[in-house]
Design a protein around this ligand. Structure first.
Ligand code: ATP
Ligand code: MG
Length: 329
């Protein structure tokens, strides 16, 4: 379904009065619109309507409802769902209360760097969230049906395919890193389980309001390697902000290391990991994000400028090398 054409009519039919478009979700290409997020009013209350034309939308509603059923946290929650329509083969939508708030790292746009206090807050909220996200709404998909090594490998090849038509980065700089990273990740994640998680837990998807933390965007919930989102949090901050504020590799490496230290201090213990095991898993996830950044976000992406891509490549190639070296035995 062409959402850009139909969203006004769909909102009207649902009884949602649009005040403005809040966000347009695309898939690596500005022309592939998978969802539209609207701000407006529903039954007299300020609300947000998300209309999705992708099957992920079916699961998003299920996941939010399951989250409410299972979540025992007093601090981590989600915007209340006011109305919804399950996927009908073309689209699905849900309307939730509008939550006015800030981010844990309010300056992340345009500055990806954060204070120790902000990092610590993120780490504590992660622990609280992950302890409460203990459900799975669907059986594993094929690539989710084995161990973490199989999942990561399959995803790598999917990205490789997405990046196929791109001239960035050149084969001779990409492929040796791809090979090395794949070997390390296959070995490191061998026989490690996958865990059903929100998948996009990050600064962009947490609204902080009156002492509570509201998780949004459950559309990508699925099976991921343990601690996957710790790498995701850090990766998410770098895009697009490193380019905007001209943070280069050396500074970003320091920042990444600061994040690792905070996670080690505040997450490993509460989630019952031994330090060494935790650090290894964390770095495997960081390396996975580096390859994801290079293949999917840089090479395959059609929404970013060439300068932006060049900047990010100058961060992510040496960062991949850094983790390859750290993890190589
Ligand atoms: N209930 C809400 N109250 C306030 N803001 C919200 C609410 N729901 C969503 N938002 C805002 O809208 C943004 C986009 O929503 P969401 O992340 O669900 O869309 P998306 O298209 O899936 O995003 P992505 O581009 O990450 O795929 C969120 O990052 C958040 O800032
Ligand atoms: Mg989102």
């Amino acid at each position: 379904m062409n959402l850009s054409k139909n969203y006004k009519q769909l909102a009207g039919k649902a009884g949602f009065k649009i005040s403005r478009v809040l966000h347009v979700g695309t898939y690596y290409d500005p022309d592939i619109v998978r969802d539209i997020v609207l701000l407006g009013k529903f039954r007299g209350q300020k609300a947000v309507m998300k209309i999705s034309s992708w099957p992920e939308g079916i699961n998003e509603i299920k996941d939010i409802l399951s989250f409410f059923k299972n979540n025992k946290s007093k601090t981590v929650t989600a915007p209340k769902v006011l109305s919804y329509k399950p996927f009908d083969g073309e689209k699905s939508w849900f309307i939730s209360e509008f939550v006015k708030g800030t981010r844990i790292i309010p300056g992340s746009w345009p500055n990806p760097l954060s204070s120790s206090a902000e990092k610590e807050e993120m780490a504590k909220i992660y622990v609280e969230y992950i302890k409460n996200f203990r459900f799975a709404n669907r059986p594993p998909a094929l690539i989710e049906s084995r161990d973490a090594a199989f999942f990561v490998k399959s995803r790598f090849f999917r990205w490789l395919d997405l990046a196929n038509n791109s001239t960035h980065p050149k084969k001779d700089i990409l492929l040796p890193r791809f090979d090395a990273a794949l070997k390390i990740l296959e070995r490191g994640f061998k026989n490690r389980p996958l865990q059903y998680v929100h998948s996009h837990f990050s600064n962009d998807h947490i609204i902080k309001s009156k002492g509570k933390y509201y998780l949004v965007d459950f559309a990508n919930a699925g099976y991921k390697p343990e601690l996957y989102e710790l790498g995701f949090v850090v990766w998410n901050l770098s895009f697009l902000s490193c380019w905007q504020s001209r943070v280069g590799f050396k500074r970003w490496l320091k920042e990444t290391t600061d994040w690792e230290n905070v996670f080690l201090k505040l997450v490993a213990g509460p989630l019952n990991y031994k330090e060494r095991e935790f650090l290894k898993l964390l770095r495997l996830n960081m390396l996975e994000r580096c390859i994801g950044a290079i293949l999917a976000d840089i090479a395959a992406n059609k929404t970013r400028t060439e300068n932006e891509k060049k900047w990010m490549l100058n961060i992510y190639l040496p960062l991949a090398d850094y983790y390859i070296k750290k993890l190589f035995r």
